[in-house]
Ligand binder design. Sequence first.
Ligand code: PAF
Length: 294
Amino acid sequence: MDKLASLPAGSIAVPTVFDVRTLRRTVGAWQARGGTVGLVPTMGALHEGHLHLVRQAFDRADRVVVSIFVNPMQFAPSEDFSAYPRRLAEDAEKLREEGVDLIYAPSPAVMYPEGFATRITVAGVSEGFCGAVRPGHFEGVATVVAKLLLQSQADIALFGLKDYQQFLVIRTLAEDLNIPCEVLGIPTVRDVDGLALSSRNAYLSHEERAVAPHLFATLNAMVERLATRRHDAAEVEAWGSARLRAAGFGRIDYLRFADDRLGPYAPDREGRLLAAVYLGRARLLDNIAVPPMA
Ligand code: PAF
């Protein structure tokens, strides 16, 4: 990241590399000595959810690398790329406290040099839900994550399940492209009132923050209502949307039951209830597991 690269030498709290060669040399040296390496890809503005991923990485690998790159390719021109929170020095300080071995902070020019022409599209799983309302988003995510996995050569990479569809997209691409990195999904970290942690929660006003936990509460109430078997999934979705609107939420991109691969919901199988809803200018994502009902 340009801004991180321009911080005065010594002011970044964790050893930090900015280019692919140094990253590979560092990771390769650890692996040559028999160590395993975990990668936690992030766009910075780190919160407890990211730090949880770091701790989970340390449980499974000897060394942990955190990448910080606000990926322009996954934002549409109308989206919040320039407003996306950037807190580089604070991020590095948090990672130092966790004992992170290395930060990888490429600039856009390192990630997408002049002439960069490749895009990775993951069919099927990218197409509904966020893919339907954010065209090109998952192509941007898939392309940058494939690059991060290949650039770092990490043994494992960890992603939060709050972004459930993103996790499925990434796991599929790693399998399809035979990238020798195990992709792990880690359960969502929540505030005490149930709100899923997210960098975009920073957009919530004080009043909106008080309303935001209704999302998780509504998801749980919807699963309970479905479990009574007195209402089908479509009825429960309509009920949940009305409940969110009454609580003060704005546009609902989706609030829908699906199977755990995001295909059509089937009551006899493990499912997922997924939501993307606006509260003020924050677009909140959340999802929970739905046990088989039949
Ligand atoms: O979830 C995120 O923060 C981003 O989408 C990711 C996986 C780091 C790719 O830019």
